[in-house]
Design a protein around this ligand. Structure first.
Ligand SMILES: O=C(CO)[C@H](O)[C@H](O)COP(=O)(O)O
Ligand SMILES: [Co+2]
Length: 213
């Protein structure tokens, strides 16, 4: 079953509690939290305290997408504050293997994300260690951007590389909507992140359902 992960980046920050309640009632599986530091990406968003507050509010899986430099400095705090999955960028972790081991040492799931121009082949020697690969289908930093269609080929390529004996989630993030969801799932995506498509919809429940179907 595909996991729908609404990105809180697009939620109304002043109505966060009711926004989360609505998507939880609508059957969303994970909450995607985009952490940006103003260095790795040209935007600044949430920190560990935000994750702690959301953790007190919801029982959904907290899927934390770190778009930050030196992720090893902040992983402990995000893990202690309730992250269930921490994803770091291939492009920001110099010692990626060590960083993945660090995430797993907190007994939570570890993901690795790649930017649109990064080749999935670069992930070959980390696949045995990770629980999830996140394929970015926009340049990281902002919600509401247009889907980059080459991501579909990248999902297929990644799927062909996955070890058969290990379950690795393939997550797609950026510009996901009711029109491209089925193609993404057919290609092999097992988790869809969607921000604007869900939170800017008049009927958020319907938007979530259209992603699942
Ligand atoms: O990681 C992200 C941006 O860097 C967001 O998760 C992503 O952009 C989701 O927003 P939208 O669905 O509006 O594209
Ligand atoms: Co994201």
């Amino acid at each position: 079953m595909v996991k729908i992960a609404p990105s809180l980046l697009a939620a109304n920050i002043l109505e966060l509690k009711s926004e989360i309640q609505i998507i939880e009632d609508a059957g969303a599986h994970w909450l995607h939290i985009d952490v940006m530091d103003g260095h790795f990406v040209p935007n600044i968003t949430f920190g560990p305290d935000y994750v702690k507050a959301i953790n007190n509010l919801s029982n959904l899986t907290l899927d934390v997408h770190l778009m930050i430099e030196n992720p090893e400095l902040y992983i402990p705090k995000f893990a202690e504050n309730g992250a269930d999955i921490i994803t770091v960028h291939y492009e920001s972790a110099i010692h990626l293997h060590r960083v993945v081991q660090m995430i797993k040492s907190y007994d939570i799931k570890a993901g690795v994300a790649i930017n649109p121009a990064t080749n999935v082949e670069n992930l070959r020697y980390i696949l045995n260690e990770v629980d999830m690969i996140l394929i970015m289908s926009v340049n990281p930093g902002f919600g509401g951007q247009k889907f980059i269609k080459e991501a579909v080929e990248k999902i297929k390529h990644l799927k062909s590389m996955l070890p058969s004996e290990k379950d690795v989630e393939i997550q797609i993030d950026g510009g996901v909507n009711g029109e491209n969801a089925s193609e993404l799932i057919s290609a092999g995506a097992t988790s869809l992140v969607a921000g604007s498509y869900i939170f800017k919809s008049i009927d958020k429940r319907k938007a979530i359902e259209s992603l699942m179907n």
